[in-house]
Design a protein around this ligand. Sequence first.
Ligand code: DQA
Length: 148
Amino acid sequence: MTTDVHKILVIHGPNLNMLGKREPDIYGTESLAEIDAWLRQRADAVNIELETFQTNHEGGIVEKIQEAMGRIDGLIINPAAYTHTSVAIRDAILLLDIPVIEVHLSNIYKRESFRHHSMIAGAVSAQISGLGAYGYIAALDALHSRLL
Ligand code: DQA
């Protein structure tokens, strides 16, 4: 159980800026802007300050996590392809002393075998995989409810 959650950061990794146009049968037809708007609506309803961030660069994710240290109460992260490769993002997450939820739109365990391993799963509080855009909302609700 954590203390009150006031500020949540959502990090979207590479190619997620192309949502809506990118393999819609796998990732859905909603754009990233639409997903962020849905998250913002939910955050506003429960008085959570929300910050969303997308980058296609691994170092950009690391720097954002470092910069957020001591400033946020919860992190929701979809590292996208870096999920499967990045020790640097895992190490950055380990700097944080707050609940962190890893989100994947698709069920990574149902897909190619190289997607079955998450480098960061062992460094986060929970993982949501396969709920589509609702996974982000479920993560926000879990953080808000201080389930973690
Ligand atoms: C993803 C799954 C990853 O394997 C993939 O590289 C992505 C998106 C997802 O949200 O399902 O870019 O993280």
